[in-house]
Each structure stands twice: as C-alpha cells, then as structure tokens.
Design a protein around this ligand. Sequence first.
Ligand code: PMM
Length: 299
Amino acid sequence: MGVLNVTPDSFSDGGRYADRDHAVRHGLRMWRDGAALVDVGGESTRPGADRVPAATEAARVLPVVRELTALGVPVSVDTTRARVAAAALEAGAAVVNDVSGGLADPDMATVVAAAGRPWVLMHWRGHAKRMAELASYTDVVADVRTELARRIDAALAAGVRPDRIVIDPGLGFAKGAADNWALTARLPELLDLGYPLLFAASRKSYLGRLLADPDGTPRPVDGRVAATVATSVLAVAAGAWGVRVHDVRATVDALAVWQASGRPCLVTAAPPDRSAVGGPTPEPPPAGGTTSPDTEDTR
Ligand code: PMM
C-alpha cells in the first residue's frame, strides 16, 4: 500500500501532494513501482492535528480517487468518516482504510457492510488532538489485541463479512516508541486473531529516534527509508498481509529478495491466509523513483 496524503500538513509528506495533478502523478508512480493499492488520505493524523471539515476532506480526496481509478490504479481511501468513505467508494475506491477502526463514525460500519469492500480496522483510541494522553497500557500487545477484537466484533455485528476485515496495530497512534517495538516483536499475538494484518511503520518518528545522532537529534524523515524497509520485511516475514509505505520501490525490492530467498518465516505458527481479503493484485514494478519528504513529526 503506497501512501498518498493529499494534505498540506501530514508529517511524512505534508504539502507535497496537495496539488491534484502532482498527487495523481505520484499515485501512478507508486502503482508502477509495485504498490497493490494507493492509499489516498485527505486529513492529517499527525499527533496534535486539528480536524478538517468533512467537505474539505472530501474535496481533497475525491478528485484524486476518481482520476487514479480511471487510470486503472487500485485505490484505498484513508478516512474515518462514513460520508467520505461512501463518496470515495462511489468514485471507485476498492478499500476503506479507517484509522479509527470504526470508532470515529458510527455510520462507517453500515457503509462498509453495504459496499462489501475490504475495511482496514486500525487500533485507535482517539483523534490526533488528544491521542498522546491516551497512550497508557497494562500490556500494550494484550490491550491492543483486546481492543481490536472488540472492533472486529462490532464490524461483524454490523454485517461486515469476515473475509473483508483487515486489522492494523496502529503504530504511533496513542503509542510511544516502546509500544511500537513491542507490537512489532509480538506481531504473532495479533495475527492470532485470525485476520490479515496491515503494518504501517513508514517514516514514523520512533524510527527517527532509533537512528538519532549522538546528541539525540532524531534522524529526519527522509533518512528513515532503510529502517522502514527493514521493519516492513520483518513484519511480512512474521506473517503481515501488507505494509503501508511511502517508499514503494525500495519496499517492493526488499520483498522481492525475501520472496526469492524462499519467504523465510519468523514465526513457527502458520501465518493467516494472505488471499483472504478480496482486492487488487499487484502489478509488476516498472521503472520509476520515489521522493523524500522533509517535514518532521512527533509520532
Ligand atoms: N498511519 C497514518 C495514516 N494512515 N493507516 C493505517 N491503516 N495505519 C497507519 O498506521 C496509518 C494509516 C499516519 O502516517 P502518514 O502521515 O505517513 O500517512
């Protein structure tokens, strides 16, 4: 899943693709680089961010979703709003990526159930403005697992088909660096829920802190590609179904190496069926490049 934030303020690529033509070109490039989905988002979730009105979010994402799908690019819409999701599905989006796991908008489950499309349920505790206060856990992996299980139950109760559900631990969302590393190390406990898992560490600040200078200055966003690729390969080798990344080409290359080396597995338990969620098949990667962001985050 290639990240396409059509926002002026996302931490990882803020402002870069706010222009529609530029966004479409970048989405097309990520698809050509091998992304199976291009994830179009119109509301920043960086910690502390204010919400944007639904109409603004829709105005940002819908033309891009429409243009990319017209070009044959499979698209997911990154939104917590049922209204925006419904309009994006109507415009051709194949998947709803909901960082709130259905919690932000009570109508989301109905929309997704009626559309019959895959739904990414991310672990979430609250909107960006206050998520830092919500990062308190007894055992982060057990707590995330329990809270994700509740979201799955709610989705099923609303009529969403089990083979349409994807889960996501929500790295950096009401989670500190130690929480993110624990979730990475203990991914099998989340996979044990029996659903395909999306892993989204790309360029997040805990990678910047891992790679900080001796004086403690975090590595800037554009210096986190190798660390992102490493986390993605580890996640896939542990059984993740997909990875959400900005640097598609580097990720696809690394996963080609993983595949050519016999898909070594980091866990003994059988990973979930990766074909369980209907959706697009990746295109072979033709030539192209990726761009680097220069903004900082606090996630
Ligand atoms: N992270 C961001 C946005 N959308 N979606 C899912 N499913 N999982 C995530 O962890 C996630 C997401 C924030 O990162 P960005 O600003 O780089 O898009």
